[in-house]
Design a protein around this ligand. Sequence first.
Ligand code: GLY
Length: 294
Amino acid sequence: MSAVAARVPAIVAHGGAGAHPTEGRDELRRGMQAAVAAGFAVLSAGGRALDAVEATVRVLEDHPRFNAGRGSVLTSDGTIEMDASIMEGDRLECGAVASVRCIANPVTLARRVLESGRHVLLVGEGAQAFARTVGVPECDPASLITEAQRKRSEALHRATPGTVGAVALDRHGTVAAATSTGGMWGKLPGRVGDSALIGAGTYADSTLGAVSCTGDGEATIRVVLARRALDYLKEADDPGYAAKVAVDLLVDEGRGGGGLILLDWRGRVGWSHSTPLMPVAWMSPAHEAPELAF
Ligand code: GLY
């Protein structure tokens, strides 16, 4: 136990900025609830924020309705290429993978990169080879492509990016963030978005808070959105205001749309989005069940 006074643990998750779904809203809600419940179970047992965000994102990667892991959108070649990152805020330890094709849970591979301590970001074949050395199982990429993804129109894909992410605070006062995505529909093979980039899609600093972003990756990268959101938090000491100003920055200077979730070092929650919908769920000891904001 560190010298930091025990904190009240909390976890927040998002299911991607986009349009309102034409169907299956209850399925989305159940998926979000299951994801934050998995992360909160880790926290309430005294576990680490890093384990909690990984657990939450894994549930969303396994859920075919979200654009991450199984259910990822297709590239212009009809393949999937996934990005993920994870960060713990005490020592700014982080790991990320990009353009991986044969991994069911890219967030866990990103976690292994973090644990290796040697590099921050591994891509493509190098990331796949690293997975073999650290025992992260590879899968048939076809098993990650759902029939719905094959059939969906470009319009629907553009409207529902469905990147997933989570931020958490544990009892020890450590914050963590994780993000995972299949990227943007019809992207060029080799394109890497913000979800693989520490500072853009994901950031955690236990003196400030943790952020996970969703939306137009190129716009998010332009304004280094996750880190900028924490800069706004430092200035204003208001998570909701910081999230809103950061999304305004994404729209005005990044020239794109999206959203983010933010959890500060005290466990206060903020989120904002420029799109019609961004599923958000959160949980703390004050809640008997996950709270939903959609
Ligand atoms: N925000 C996810 C992506 O652009 O890849």
